[in-house]
Structure formats: structure tokens, C-alpha cells
Write a protein of this length. Structure first.
Length: 465
């Protein structure tokens, strides 16, 4: 396999700035490419915390007149070359990737990513990148912009979530790109940044085959455009960073464990139950880690609360989200103390929860791929999931297959969810069967090593085009 020169453009990357799965994937995927020998440059806006970069220095010049107030800053992280676009709308004081300094939705969001897309297209073309790998709507216009360059790198657009498209207007596009005529998806109203990328990228790919099927089954203009493309929409399941998520040597756990030392999870569960204030420290523990929104099935989770005592199950909830759901979790009574909620994003505590948990609850109605279920499998926390998107591709119901690694329900209703949790709780009561299931989950190959060849096949296809 010959190495490719790849420019990887993304709105966020852990540890500089991240709001969830996109930043996690943008961290581990380029590293996996580099381990395979590819020459990778990561392009990011400079609004993250860059203090960990000790060699940060002025980067290459920008020639685009629209970027006269902007500049690249260059540094090395994780052995990879990074370019950070810095300027009035993209700096550490600007707030998060999508918010202002007060945490409100940024008024200049489209301007931020229009400028970033222009800079990415110019730099990839100037340095003769073979592949410009774009991610989500934030960088999608670069697929059209790079076509006007001298060397024209081939473009792969990975869409992590089709619900976020960067909606704008024809007038706003004309203002953001006054010197260009950007092709968009026909009949898309309003026009979107993502539509520009779908219309002009050489290949469009998403993060699981199941999610690709769901997208192509819809009737909106974007799906119609994808169905008409020569390569359609390619689905590849995300990989897991198996070094950052390794229960054998995870510093958050203290003393780690592996498939042969599962008894250590009992100690971790008792420690966590005491720390979170559960009155019963020996009962099985279920956890929820993620956003508290309807798409994630939080209403189903709330319906489970009154069943926990009868199930003999403790539940720990970690996350932030819809103020309505946060208020319920702050004020709802927990008569037997069977559930606790921490309204926060806490990466270290997420590691501890999975180390202690028997079950991960993930009743998502909409899940393009999902990473938490992969992390849970790695830690022997058996996932209970709704059959949506990438969850269908990564979790096999143990009741239907001897190779099962979890529990799956099809209908996103409280009845179906509670019945599936009950089935999982009943299996916990059979320790030998449960430990066999946990060991099977922990020994799955979940890392990027299984996924990267699929991306390399796409790169080869692009290089021959």
C-alpha cells in the first residue's frame, strides 16, 4: 500500500476542542492513518486550547484576499503536523466551535466556516495534497473551492451527522463567496453548506452502513442527490482509539482489568456506588453517558426510573443537554436512591463509569455510528441499544445470535426498552453466562486497524479517477 499525502480538515479535534464524537474521531483517525505510513496534515480553526503545542509558530502564508486578516499557525501534536487558522472569528477568545464567548450560538457561524473552508482549499492545493478529507458541513464548501485550484486535490467528504447541514440562504452564500459560483444540491431549500459538499465532493461517505441506508431511504433533496451519484453514499463504521480506551491500563480506574480479571469490575462498581451515593453497592450498575436530548431516547430512560427498584438495578446518568430534561433530573424524586445524575461532561468520570458498569443504556432513536457503545464493549459493559444507525452495525443481540455482544430493541417505546433492560438484568443473574458475554465483548477488534483499509480503498479509487 503506497502512502498518500492527506490533508484532514475538521471543525474540532480532541484535546484542543471537542463537543463529542466528531472531536474524538478527528483525534484517533488521523493517528491511525499515520501509523499506516500516510503523510497526514490536520487543519483546524485556532479557537481551541493550543498551550500544549510547544513548537507553535507562524505557518504558511495565505494568498486569498478574503483571508487578509487571517493566518496559519503551525505545530506538531501526536507526531502529526497541524495547521491552525487564526483570525478575528477564529481565536481562543471566540468561544467554542459553534458558540460565542458567552456560550450562545455564534452569530458569525457561517462566516467562520466559509473562511476556514477557503483556507483549507487553498492550502491543500498549494501543497499538492493528493486527498483533501473533509468532515461535516463546516468544511464541505472546500470541495467546490478546491476545484478552481491549480493542482486540484481529490476530495472525500465524511458526514458524521446529516441533520446538521449549515443552512443558509442564496444571498448569504453570495455574500460569503462573492467571487465564486458554488454548485449546490438541486431543489435544496434553503441551500446548505453540506449540500455544496455533497454536490461537488468526489466521494461522500458516512460513519456506518446502517446510517447510510437510513439516509438514502429518505425523500429529501440531499438523499436524491446521493442516490444519483456514481458511488452513492459509502458507509464505514467508526473505529475506537483502543489506546485511550484500554481498561488494562486506564489511569482513571486506578488498577485496571482485562477479560481474565473481570472480578476487578466488582471492586470498581462498589467504589463508584459509594462515591455516587447509592445505598446498595453490590447491585448491578447501569450507566448512561451522553447528551440529554429526545434523539438519544432520554424519555425512555426517564420511563425506566420507576422500574429500577423492581429490577434490582442502580443507574448512573452523566451528561448535559435539553434544559427540560436537565430540570427533570434535578428535581425528580429517587425514592429508593436507585438512580443518580451528574449534569456535566466529564471524560475521566466516563472512563470510571464504564469500568464499573454492568450495562450501558443507549436507547437512541438517531445514532449515525456511536462511540460510547464501542467504549462500553471494550470495558465489558454490555450495551442495551435501540436498532438505529450504527448501533445496528455494532451491537448484535445475544438472544438472537451465539456471537451476540449486547441487547437490541427495535421499537423506541418505553415498553420495548424496559423489557430489554429486564432481559439483560436476568442474564446478569447467571454469572457464568454473563462473564462469557463480557469476555466476548472485551475481546472484539474495535480499533481503527479494521477500518483504515476501507478508507485506503476509497483513496485509491480517488487517485485513479
Amino acid at each position: 500500500m503506497r502512502p498518500f499525502t492527506i490533508f484532514y480538515a475538521c471543525a474540532e479535534r480532541w484535546p484542543f476542542v471537542t463537543t463529542g464524537g466528531l472531536g474524538e474521531v478527528a483525534y484517533s483517525f488521523p493517528l491511525a492513518l499515520a501509523r499506516r505510513g500516510h503523510r497526514v496534515t490536520v487543519l483546524l480553526p485556532a479557537y481551541g486550547d493550543l498551550r500544549s503545542l510547544h513548537d507553535l509558530r507562524p505557518g504558511p502564508a495565505l494568498d486569498d484576499p478574503a483571508l487578509r486578516d487571517y493566518s496559519w499557525r503551525e505545530g506538531t501534536a501526536d507526531g502529526l503536523r497541524h495547521l491552525f487558522l487564526s483570525g478575528p472569528a477564529l481565536n481562543p477568545e471566540a468561544g467554542g466551535p459553534y458558540t460565542d464567548a458567552e456560550g450562545r450560538p455564534a452569530a458569525d457561524l457561517h462566516l467562520r466556516f466559509a473562511l476556514f473552508s477557503r483556507a483549507c482549499a487553498e492550502r491543500a492545493d498549494r501543497e499538492r495534497a493528493e486527498i483533501l478529507h473533509l468532515n461535516d458541513w463546516h468544511t464541505a464548501p472546500a470541495a467546490a473551492l478546491v476545484r478552481g485550484g491549480k493542482h486540484r486535490p481529490r476530495t472525500l467528504l465524511t458526514v458524521h451527522n446529516f441533520r446538521y447541514r449549515g443552512e443558509t440562504s442564496a444571498r448569504a452564500l453570495a455574500d460569503l463567496f462573492p467571487d465564486l459560483s458554488l454548485p449546490a444540491v438541486a431543489d435544496e431549500n434553503p441551500p446548505t453548506f453540506l449540500g455544496i459538499g455533497v454536490a461537488t465532493s468526489d466521494i461522500v461517505q458516512t460513519v456506518s452502513p446502517g446510517y447510510a441506508e437510513e439516509i438514502l431511504a429518505t425523500d429529501d433533496a440531499l438523499a436524491q442527490c446521493l442516490r444519483a451519484r456514481p458511488h452513492g453514499l459509502v458507509g464505514i463504521v467508526n473505529g475506537l482509539d483502543t489506546q485511550r480506551w484500554d481498561p488494562r491500563c486506564d489511569p482513571a480506574l486506578g488498577r485496571g482489568f482485562g477479560p481474565r480479571t473481570l472480578a476487578r469490575k466488582n471492586e470498581l462498581r462498589r467504589e463508584l456506588a459509594a462515591r455516587w451515593g447509592f445505598p446498595t453497592v453490590n447491585d448491578p450498575l447501569a450507566v448512561y453517558i451522553g447528551r440529554l436530548v429526545h434523539d438519544k431516547g432520554i424519555d425512555l430512560l426517564l420511563a425506566l426510573l420507576c422500574e429500577l427498584e423492581e429490577l434490582g438495578l442502580n443507574l448512573a446518568i452523566l451528561g448535559r443537554g435539553d434544559p427540560h430534561y436537565e430540570t427533570i433530573l434535578r428535581t425528580a424524586p429517587a425514592p429508593e436512591g436507585r438512580w443518580r445524575a451528574r449534569l456535566a461532561y466529564d471524560d475521566r468520570e466516563a472512563h470510571r463509569l464504564l469500568g464499573a458498569a454492568d450495562l450501558l443504556l443507549m436507547p437512541s432513536r438517531h445514532e449515525p455510528c456511536g462511540l460510547v457503545q464501542l467504549e462500553a464493549l471494550r470495558y465489558g459493559a454490555i450495551p442495551v441499544v435501540c436498532a438505529s444507525g450504527g448501533l445496528r452495525d455494532t451491537v448484535i443481540d445475544v438472544r438472537r445470535s451465539p456471537l451476540g455482544n449486547g441487547f437490541v430493541f427495535a421499537d423506541p417505546t418505553p415498553e420495548a426498552f424496559i423489557a430489554t433492560v429486564r432481559a439483560a438484568r436476568n442474564l446478569i443473574a447467571a454469572p457464568e453466562l454473563w462473564h462469557t458475554l463480557a469476555r466476548r465483548a472485551m475481546t472484539q477488534r474495535l480499533g481503527w486497524a479494521r477500518r483504515i483499509p476501507s478508507y485506503e480503498a476509497l483513496y485509491r479509487r480517488l487517485s485513479r479517477a
